[in-house]
Structure formats: structure tokens, C-alpha cells
Design a protein around this ligand. Structure first.
Ligand SMILES: Cc1cc2nc3c(=O)[nH]c(=O)nc-3n(C[C@H](O)[C@H](O)[C@H](O)COP(=O)(O)O)c2cc1C
Length: 184
């Protein structure tokens, strides 16, 4: 079982990273092969809304902005399941998560049941490390993204400074259960 854990914080040792590590641990523990990807290590630029608003994403399901997106797009479509962990910025996902997810959505959402994520389980984690505000609005947009790409919402997990210890356990368990269920 091939699981990709995507995180999107510039900090390598903070709340987002610890939730991503918990997801990877849980998935491995259940027998999954895990690849962890930090979007901040990659060059993934913004969608340029090419041409009349749709570029090659509509007819070809590929993005014409050439950078690290293409390899990760292919990698996500190849995986059996995905965990996306973002810090909450202004009640939304991080800019690096948004850039990647926007471009992936444009390529896959219009493919219907041919989407590379069709029916695949996704766990979305929103890590709000300051006031704790905005976890739900962040998860709302992640939920919409999961729906648009026709994936399966396995879980949506809000985490704040006060809940971090027990939510780390929940993230780990969610990833572990997701892999176990796929293996049965
Ligand atoms: C630009 C920016 C906006 C933020 N907005 C929020 C917010 O709306 N709610 C919140 O609880 N924390 C907010 N934070 C704090 C981050 O969610 C917090 O630092 C979180 O732990 C980030 O994950 P990290 O520590 O793993 O990098 C914000 C941080 C930044 C840099």
C-alpha cells in the first residue's frame, strides 16, 4: 500500500511536521509504504489561470507551468492514499499547500471517475498553532478539494496547541486505520 504524506510548513520541527510524522508512523505501522513530501522543499508556483482561464489543465489534464508540480502530480495519482497536513494561515491552508492543491484540482477535477484520486482515501489535517482560530474554515476548503478531485474523505482532523498531544495520537490512528482498511 503506497501512501503519500504531504506537508506544507516551512518549519521542519513544529506542529505541522509533528502531525505529518504521526501520520507516517501510523501508516507504516499498519504495513504501508510511506513517502513524505514537504512542499516547501519543492518549487511549485501558483496557477497562472492561463489562456481564457483554462490552460492545458482542461483538455490535457496537465499543467503548462513547468516546475516540480508535474512529478508530484504523477506521484500523488500513483499513490493508493494520501495525507495532507497544512498549517492554518489566516484560517486557510498554507500558500504552498494551496498552490499545489489548486493546480492538482484543475488537472484532476474535470476527469470525473478518471481522476487520479477517484475513490482514494484522503486524510486532511489542519494545524492551527496560534489562536486556534480558523481550523474549521481551513478544513472546509480541504474538504471541498477532496470532493472536487473525487477522492474519499477518510477524515478531516483539526489540531491546535491545546489538543496537539491527543490529536497526534488521532492522526496516527487515522493513518493506521486507513491503511488497515485498504489492506482488508
Ligand atoms: C501567516 C500566518 C498566519 C497564521 N494564521 C493563523 C490562524 O489563522 N490561526 C491559528 O491558530 N494560527 C495561525 N498561525 C499560526 C500557525 O498556524 C502556527 O504557527 C502553526 O503551528 C504553523 O505550523 P508550524 O508551526 O508547523 O509551522 C499563522 C501563522 C502564520 C505564519
Amino acid at each position: 500500500m503506497d501512501i503519500i504524506v504531504i506537508s506544507s510548513s516551512p518549519n521542519k520541527d513544529a506542529l505541522t511536521a509533528s502531525c505529518a510524522a504521526a501520520a507516517a508512523e501510523g501508516a507504516r505501522e499498519a504495513g504501508g509504504q510511506v513517502e513524505a513530501v514537504r512542499l516547501n522543499d519543492l518549487e511549485i508556483r501558483l496557477c497562472e489561470a492561463c489562456d481564457n482561464g483554462w490552460g492545458t489543465c482542461l483538455p490535457d489534464h496537465e499543467c503548462q507551468v513547468k516546475d516540480d508540480f508535474q512529478a508530484l502530480h504523477a506521484r500523488v495519482c500513483q499513490a493508493d492514499a494520501c495525507v495532507v497536513v497544512t498549517p492554518v494561515y489566516w484560517g486557510e491552508m498554507s500558500e504552498s499547500a494551496k498552490a499545489f492543491m489548486d493546480r492538482l484540482r484543475r488537472c484532476e477535477a474535470t476527469r470525473g471517475e478518471e481522476s487520479g484520486l477517484f475513490g482514494k482515501p484522503v486524510i486532511a489535517v489542519a494545524a492551527a498553532g496560534d489562536s486556534g482560530n480558523g481550523m474549521i474554515t481551513c478544513l472546509l476548503s480541504m474538504e471541498r478539494w477532496i470532493e472536487h478531485v473525487r477522492a474519499f474523505k477518510f477524515d478531516l482532523i483539526p489540531v491546535n496547541r491545546w489538543s496537539r498531544e491527543y490529536k497526534r495520537v488521532a492522526v496516527r490512528e487515522a493513518a493506521s486505520t486507513m491503511v488497515r482498511e485498504m489492506l482488508t
